[in-house]
Ligand binder design. Structure first.
Ligand SMILES: Cc1ncc(C[n+]2csc(CCOP(=O)(O)OP(=O)(O)O)c2C)c(N)n1
Ligand code: SF4
Ligand SMILES: [Mg+2]
Length: 770
């Protein structure tokens, strides 16, 4: 360690010692730090929707909530757009409000962000930064946060878990300052910071904390009925531009307020957060600028280079909005060359946003002669090692020596493609001829107008080659694949599938491999139904124009999880109302399983998930499951059904009907109960008894609705198999807590709701007009 590093380290130790509040040491990740800060701040409401890698913030808070460690009202949105709306409403109501998201989640919420900044309503949104789609990649870069730069939100950057904890407090106080009144983002690196544990200091002094935060100031609120006001009126020229001037002035006020708040925080904690973190910049001749965790790597490299007499330094903004332009100008005034690294590109602009803004800041400084190089690095979570930082410095040194920049803009770390390389060979694609085996014979019964199906014996079905190759990465015992195989066994001919994001999608493709032997598309699960609807329409139109052969006769099928029918419900209902000729099949495993088993709206009451935890205070999910089949029935589409992989013949008969309706009449929806041993906490081989009990208890009735007429296809009461829901609940680890003496009322509630829904269905079955 160099003398200077020793000095910095001992200065930090001194400052820690000089912090005026009691603190205690914890070993925590960035997401845990955000959750601890939320607990300590005592937000009123958290609106959220799970997305990797930020989901753990809500999960950690759910655990703490179940144990009674905080009183934050946690509302799971139906998607990030909904979550942002929940937060906006709660913040308008005068509460302290929190959200956490990443990547597509931020983009899906983005439309709400300027709304909230424009009406000047503070709250805090943590972003565990992650690459945006497409292609889909769950690891960290900054392509999501760059989209937020123009929303009018303050943007703080947290380089490590300690900063995540500290800056959440700062965010509350900065945003609520009467001269600012703006919402605040706290951005930290997905996985690098969100998941890596570090030693952090947390407050152990509730009084000091209360004093620091103070009470949230009263801003105009729709809950103040004494002073009625209009929030968000239509606004035209010139008021709109004047409104934006005020927003811009608020940002400028933040430029003053942020250092004040951070100084106050420093007095309490001993930890120093300048607007722009400058490391060994006092006499630096070359520098690199990086946001968040990569800057820490570069600091070590700067130390190494100093041993070789290279005067290297590192700059890293703790605040991106307002942009610390003056701080950059000052820090770079004597620097001969700087490499600015962006973990996201602004395609076609010759640099990412950081580099463009730094270069713009320097351009207006007549005293500045720094050569600037823009580099895009670390996309999709590509690691940034000391060797990468070294190259950044080397390039700056070369520019400093020559006085010119050889390559102003480049991607760093990309590997050249090999034109001779071929796609990895898997199982060959399947042509329709091989898949037209006539396993189901469908005809319309003229008397009833309903379809009749005759299935070939199950053993014959084994001759149908599977449209999905074996060797996917699902958990042992996963029900999604038996479900898909049964569906594919009876579907005839050319099928184009669209999988929404979820377990079945995630485990079947991983570039350059795919398990799909037919045409497959993925779109994110908020918009799959709309995408498939578009494909259906172009198909029929191109056939009509003679551009495609009608003989293909494609069936279009969307596969979605139950979660996709939360966030994607709007798009799916749109497709249903327009009655496109396509099928929507939902495998319902009662949760958002691929992201770690968070609650979905289809999760039943009382069930344990990672966002409806069970503890001293709370017994799992607190509202009943969504009746998605009835929602689609209300769209009056030709055919709706429920089924389960545990009843293969029933399922396949319904899928055969579904194909007929999707080809001839319009949209079909099917909800298929699908086993998830991992998150139901059951044995890999216990699908049959667990699914059977769900069906026999009438929790998951098997029925179909053809042109509005409901038919129960299996009635457990008729076979005397009907059992109480407790017989089903006792079979799963996720519900076992419900059978303890303290939870009898909850089980009675689940039973009552099950009975009510079942009685209604039975009445519909018995009365064709219902
Ligand atoms: C806009 C957006 N928000 C959140 C996510 C994260 N995400 C991907 S799949 C998923 C859950 C999927 O649940 P479900 O549809 O039930 O499928 P399962 O994983 O249970 O099979 C979530 C939350 C995302 N990819 N995009
Ligand atoms: S988590 Fe559940 S649904 Fe997902 S692959 Fe595993 S068993 Fe299947
Ligand atoms: Mg699911």
């Amino acid at each position: 360690m160099t003398t200077q590093v020793l000095e910095v380290a001992s200065h930090a130790a001194e400052l820690r010692a000089s912090g005026s509040v009691r603190q205690k040491l914890e070993f925590r990740s960035g997401n845990e730090a955000a959750a601890l800060a939320a607990r300590d701040i005592g937000f009123h409401v958290m609106g959220y929707f799970p997305i990797t890698p930020s989901t753990e913030v809500a999960e950690n808070l759910s655990k703490m909530q179940a144990e009674g460690e905080h009183e934050i009202v946690m509302v799971a949105g139906d998607g990030e757009h909904g979550a942002a709306g929940i937060c906006y409403g709660a913040a308008l109501g005068g509460g302290r409000v929190l959200n956490a998201t990443s990547s597509q989640g931020l983009l899906y919420a983005l439309e709400q962000l300027p709304v909230q900044a424009g009406t000047r309503v503070p709250m805090v949104l943590n972003i565990a930064a992650r690459a945006i789609s497409g292609p889909l990649d769950i690891r960290g870069d900054h392509s999501d946060i760059y989209y937020a730069l123009n929303t009018g939100w303050i943007l703080l950057c947290a380089r490590d878990p300690q900063a995540v904890y500290d800056l959440n407090f700062a965010a509350v106080k900065i945003g609520e300052h009467p001269d600012v009144r703006l919402p605040v983002l706290v951005a930290y690196d997905g996985f690098f910071t969100s998941h890596q544990k570090r030693r952090i200091q947390v407050f152990d002094d509730a009084d000091a904390l209360r004093k620091f935060l103070g009470k949230r100031p009263e801003f105009p609120s729709p809950l103040d009925t004494e002073h009625p006001a209009t929030f968000g009126p239509y606004m035209n020229d010139p008021d709109l531009i004047n409104n934006k001037v005020q927003l811009s002035q608020a940002m400028e006020a933040a430029r003053r307020v942020i250092p004040e708040v951070l100084a106050e925080l420093e007095k309490m904690t001993g930890r120093h957060y300048p607007m722009l973190d400058a490391y060994r910049m006092e006499d630096a001749e070359v520098a690199t600028i990086l946001i968040n965790s990569a800057a820490e790597t570069a600091k070590e490299t700067a130390d190494e280079l100093r041993l070789k007499a290279v005067k290297a330094g590192v700059l890293s903004p703790n605040v991106l909005r307002p942009f610390p332009a003056e701080e950059f100008r000052r820090a770079l005034r004597r620097v001969k060359a700087v490499t600015i690294g962006d973990r996201a590109d602004s395609y076609g602009a010759g640099g990412g946003n950081l580099s463009l803004e730094v270069r713009a800041a320097l351009q207006i400084d007549p005293q500045n002669h720094t050569q600037a190089l823009s580099r895009i690095y670390g996309l999709g979570g590509k690691d940034f090692y000391a060797a990468d930082a070294e190259q950044f410095f080397e390039q700056a040194v070369a520019a400093a020596r020559s006085g010119t920049v050889a390559e102003a803009f480049a991607y760093h770390g990309a590997t050249a493609g090999r034109p001779d390389s071929k796609a990895r060979a898997g199982l060959p694609p399947l042509p329709a001829a091989e898949l037209s085996r006539g396993m189901a014979h469908v005809h319309r019964d003229e008397a009833s107008g309903r379809l009749k199906v005759e299935l070939e014996p199950l053993w014959k079905m084994t001759q149908v080659p599977s449209r999905i190759a074996p060797g996917h990465g699902a958990c042992p015992g996963c029900g999604a694949f038996p479900t898909l195989h049964q569906v594919y066994n009876v579907l005839e001919g050319d099928v184009v599938v669209l999988f929404q994001t979820g377990c079945a999608m995630v485990v079947t493709t991983g570039y350059p491999s795919t398990a799909h032997r037919i045409n497959y598309i993925h779109n994110l699960f908020q918009n799959g139904a709309a995408t498939l609807a578009g494909l259906v329409e172009i198909y029929h139109e191109r056939v009509r124009r003679g551009e495609l052969p009608a003989s293909q006769d494609i069936t279009f099928v969307m596969i979605s999880g139950d979660g996709g029918m939360d966030i994607g419900m709007g798009a799916a209902l749109g497709a249903a109302h327009r009655n496109h000729r396509m099928m929507i099949l939902e495998y319902d495993n009662q949760g958002y399983m691929n992201t770690g088993a968070q609650l979905s709206y289809s999760t039943p009451f009382g069930h344990r998930t990672s966002t409806s935890e069970v503890g001293k205070i709370l017994p799992g999910k607190r509202y009943h499951h969504k009746d998605t089949a009835q929602i689609f029935a209300a769209c009056h589409v030709p055919y709706v059904f429920t089924a389960s992989e545990g009843y293969p013949e029933d399922l396949m008969r319904k899928v055969a009907k579904a194909q007929w309706y999707a080809k001839n009449e319009g949209l079909v929806y099917g909800k298929i109960l699908s086993y998830c041993p991992l998150n139901w906490r059951t044995a890999d081989d216990a699908a049959q008894p667990v699914l059977q009990a769900a069906i026999d208890s009438c929790f998951f009735p098997l029925y179909e609705i053809e042109h509005g007429h409901t038919t129960l296809t299996y009635d457990p009461e008729a076979t005397t198999r009907r059992c109480p829901v407790s017989e089903w609940l006792k079979l799963m680890g996720k519900t076992r807590h419900l059978l303890t003496p303290g939870n009898t009322e909850i089980v009675a509630g689940i039973q009552a709701e099950t009975d009510r829904r079942w009685a209604r269905l039975k009445a519909m079955h018995e009365h064709p007009d219902l």
